[in-house]
Design a protein around this ligand. Structure first.
Ligand SMILES: C[S@@+](CC[C@H](N)C(=O)[O-])C[C@H]1O[C@@H](n2cnc3c(N)ncnc32)[C@H](O)[C@@H]1O
Length: 241
């Protein structure tokens, strides 16, 4: 792990105890439900899941409602501690998603929500996901995409760090946002097939009122007709077999 990884790990250790409050109030819950339901629809239910950058286990908890079992991996021991107390039946490990400590072909599904932008070697994570998936297994990733709004985020987050603002994700982490074709290339170079990349979510949790309420109302329209305005990319693919 390098200095950039350590910085991300330190930040998430520091915000681990306030992380869930971001997603358990009205707009946070709506935002997270929308993203996680999109991912759930793409994954086989009731099987073995590996969630990369699992944080406090919010997605693993949702996956578990349909049976199956999950393993969560996260670089932050603080986040993993919270995940272990949330999902007592699942297994968790501290580690870097770019080098997976799992055997070949040991999972039916790999997910990653809101963590991909932090990766320094995304191609390595995608290659590793391919390795640990069984033939026919599915990967689904949600991550901020490149667009008009997200282009200003790194500067905003760096400013927030300079001002010492304690807020989830606030810091200069060299985050990377992707275009549809970049995600497509990453998956295809690793050997995946049935690759699908689309935009989702317009009502971003960080929007101020009343913009948030307006964004929420027009979200379905934006996703369908003006997808380049949506914040997140939802990318999925299958390992042949
Ligand atoms: C915004 S949180 C998302 C957490 C969780 N996926 C969720 O949906 O709530 C980003 C997470 O990615 C983790 N992370 C960042 N870089 C990572 C890496 N290289 N390997 C594993 N986890 C990483 C962070 O520690 C943090 O828990």
């Amino acid at each position: 792990m390098n200095a950039a990884h350590n910085k991300v790990r330190k930040h998430y250790d520091e915000v681990a105890d306030i992380y869930d409050s971001r997603y358990d109030r009205n707009r946070g819950r709506l935002y997270y439900s929308r993203l996680s339901e999109n991912v759930l629809e793409l994954l086989p239910r009731g099987r073995t899941l590996l969630d990369l950058g699992c944080g406090t286990g919010l997605f693993i908890q949702r996956y578990g409602r349909y049976g199956g079992s999950a393993v969560g991996l996260d670089i932050s021991p603080g986040m993993i501690r919270r995940a272990r107390s949330r999902c007592r039946m699942d297994r968790f490990a501290v580690g870097n998603a770019e080098i997976l400590p799992f055997r070949n072909e040991s999972f039916d599904a790999v997910s990653s929500l809101l963590a991909f932008s932090y990766l320094k070697e995304p191609e390595s994570m995608v290659r590793e996901a391919y390795r640990v998936l069984r033939p026919g297994g599915v990967i689904a990733v949600v991550t901020l995409g490149k667009n008009l709004f997200t282009s200003g985020l790194p500067a905003l987050y760096a400013m927030g760090e300079a001002m010492n603002i304690r807020y989830v994700g606030m810091g200069d982490f060299g985050e990377r946002y992707y275009s549809e074709s970049e995600m497509n290339d990453l998956f295809s170079e690793a050997g995946f097939t049935d690759i699908r990349v689309r935009r989702c979510s317009f009502a971003h949790i960080n929007l101020i009122e009343p913009l948030y309420e307006i964004a929420r109302k027009i979200e379905p329209f934006v996703e369908e007709r003006l997808p380049y305005l949506a914040y997140n990319l939802l990318a999925s693919a299958r390992k042949p077999g």
